[in-house]
Ligand binder design. Structure first.
Ligand SMILES: [Zn+2]
Ligand SMILES: [Zn+2]
Length: 323
């Protein structure tokens, strides 16, 4: 399923089989998660190399690759970094200015076959069936990075309860944090879903929190949530914007930032984030809720994501019927 132009539907094409270059593995794509970033790329809110195959949460069967990769591997958003710049040399490869990203700069997993740099793939022991594992690779990874950068909150607010929040909620609750989930107005089903995953309270994002929060993570791409979240956190609290794209943030009153509140973003992932989270997820254990679509229905999956028509995460089931 190929993105040929921004704002155009993905096209089902019969492409030549990719061949792995030096240092690359060839994967038969079992499943690929659908991320809001895919929607931003398809909508042209983020630029991509065109044409490109979207999809950066690949669970693949390794057809050709080094033995240490094992039989099954995950391919995340971070596809390649330079290894030489000040960011790469200081444990911050997520900020490498020359980084390439899966499904944006190199072809991703909305396809039957994919190639990936083996240094950026994660071995995936079969603890999760392939559809349930796919959302761990971005929704889970980036969510866990956002949670880590939120400090050690006792009371954590999650704004937007999609694929990422439904994983972070489980991790935070397992760590003993009190989770407060904020959804679209009137989304009582989403609020019940959040409570079922460990949230102590769930309500509309337009309503005030029932008590002060120590940190908040904003997953929804809505800039108007930034001042709302800042007003919800206590002095010294942190607001983390976890998405790659957000509508403009309205002007802030300094009083809402005053008292050592912190506002920050989270960008991409490091390989260490991936190793850490994939080791943590089965210990919780994180249970992802997925809605699966055939590859040819990728456009429908993107539209359902836009409209909030499913709970948890959307996943394209490509070569994974046996799972
Ligand atoms: Zn993503
Ligand atoms: Zn670099």
């Amino acid at each position: 399923m190929v993105l040929t132009a921004a704002k155009a539907p993905l096209e089902l094409q019969d492409a030549p089989d990719p061949r792995p270059g030096p240092g690359q593995a060839l994967l038969r794509v079992l499943t690929c998660g659908v991320c809001r970033t895919d929607l931003h790329l398809a909508d042209g809110e983020l630029s991509a190399r065109l044409p490109v195959i979207l999809g950066h949460q690949i669970v693949g069967e390794v057809l050709e690759g080094p033995a240490e990769l094992g039989a099954r591997a995950g391919v995340p958003w971070l596809a390649w970094t330079c290894g030489e710049c000040r960011y790469c040399r200081s444990g911050r490869e997520n900020l490498c200015p020359r980084a390439r990203f899966t499904g944006r700069d190199v072809d991703g997993g909305f396809a039957e076959l994919a190639v990936a740099d083996t240094r950026f793939c994660f071995p995936l022991p079969e603890r999760h069936p392939a559809p349930q594992a796919a959302p761990l690779l971005c929704a889970g990874l980036i969510g866990a990075r956002a949670l880590r950068l939120s400090g050690e909150p006792e009371r954590l607010g999650l704004y937007g309860f999609g694929a990422s929040a439904h994983i972070v909620c489980q991790v935070a609750a397992a760590q003993g944090r009190r989770v407060f989930a904020f959804t679209r107005s009137g989304d009582t089903d989403g609020q019940a879903f959040a409570r079922s995953l460990g949230a102590e309270w769930a309500g509309d994002s337009g309503h005030p929190a029932p008590e002060e929060l120590d940190a908040a993570i904003i997953f929804a791409p809505a800039g108007e949530l930034v001042p709302i979240a800042l007003r919800a956190v206590a002095p010294g609290g942190t607001v983390v914007c976890a998405g790659i794209h957000m509508s403009d943030i309205p002007s802030l009153r300094y009083a809402d930032l005053w008292q050592e509140r912190t506002l920050r973003s989270v960008a991409n992932l490091t390989r260490q984030d991936g190793r850490d989270f994939l080791a943590l997820a089965p210990r919780i254990p994180v249970r992802t809720e997925v809605t699966t679509y055939p590859l040819a229905d990728a456009n429908r999956a993107l539209e359902d994501l836009r409209a909030g028509r499913f709970r948890g995460a959307a996943v394209l089931a490509i070569g994974a019927t046996a799972d």
